[in-house]
Design a protein around this ligand. Structure first.
Ligand SMILES: [Zn+2]
Length: 192
């Protein structure tokens, strides 16, 4: 999946959580940081590729020395970072980073942590729709996807992703927000 589609999947995961009423009361600062963390986490599994979108958005840059040093740690593309173990490790790392920021950032780190996990998970779900699949149970070398037969899945950056998946998901988001409008209004009114 392209970065644009991953951003939309990450946004959708948060949108579903808010619409289903899973979002507790929070401050505006927490909401903004949570949103940012969701988007970054939604691209984080692709740090295993030195030319990926997140590397391009980071100050170190794509193809930078840092990206070339860090990338091999992940093994190869769609390897440990695209698995349940990878998600767990990401969760541990994110919790450590958030604990460290607590001394100077006045935000609810639990909400931000969950936003990160949602963003990360949304990446794996999105990649599951592509031909390559996702090695959820790494180190077991089997890649899973939906539909189960890879032939029926989409090609990353292909026409189906561009003209069907992306606009389709945008429409679903619009419909979702429309039908849960009152919950969104209550959520925004509840911001401290
Ligand atoms: Zn990926």
């Amino acid at each position: 999946m392209t970065a644009r589609t991953h951003d939309l999947f990450a946004f959708s995961s948060i949108s579903v959580a808010v619409g289903r009423g899973f979002s507790p009361q929070m401050s505006l600062a927490t909401m903004l940081v949570a949103l940012g963390v969701t988007f970054v986490s939604g691209l984080a599994p692709d740090l295993d590729e030195s030319t990926s979108a997140l590397w391009k958005r980071l100050p170190a840059g794509s193809g930078s020395i840092l990206s070339k040093v860090v990338t091999p740690v992940f093994g190869s593309h769609r390897f440990i970072s695209h698995s349940l173990i990878g998600t767990w490790l990401f969760g541990l790392l994110l919790r450590h980073i958030l604990m460290w920021t607590q001394s100077f950032l006045l935000v609810d780190i639990n909400i931000i942590w969950w936003s990160g996990i949602l963003g990360y998970g949304s990446h794996l779900v999105a990649d599951s729709l592509t031909r390559e699949g996702v090695p959820y149970f790494w180190p077991i070398p089997v890649k899973f996807g939906f539909p189960p037969i890879s032939f029926f899945r989409i090609k990353t950056g292909g026409r189906i992703e561009k003209y069907i998946v992306f606009p389709g998901l945008l429409l679903i988001n619009a419909g979702w927000i429309y039908f849960h409008y009152s919950i969104y209004v209550a959520f925004f009114r509840g911001l401290k």
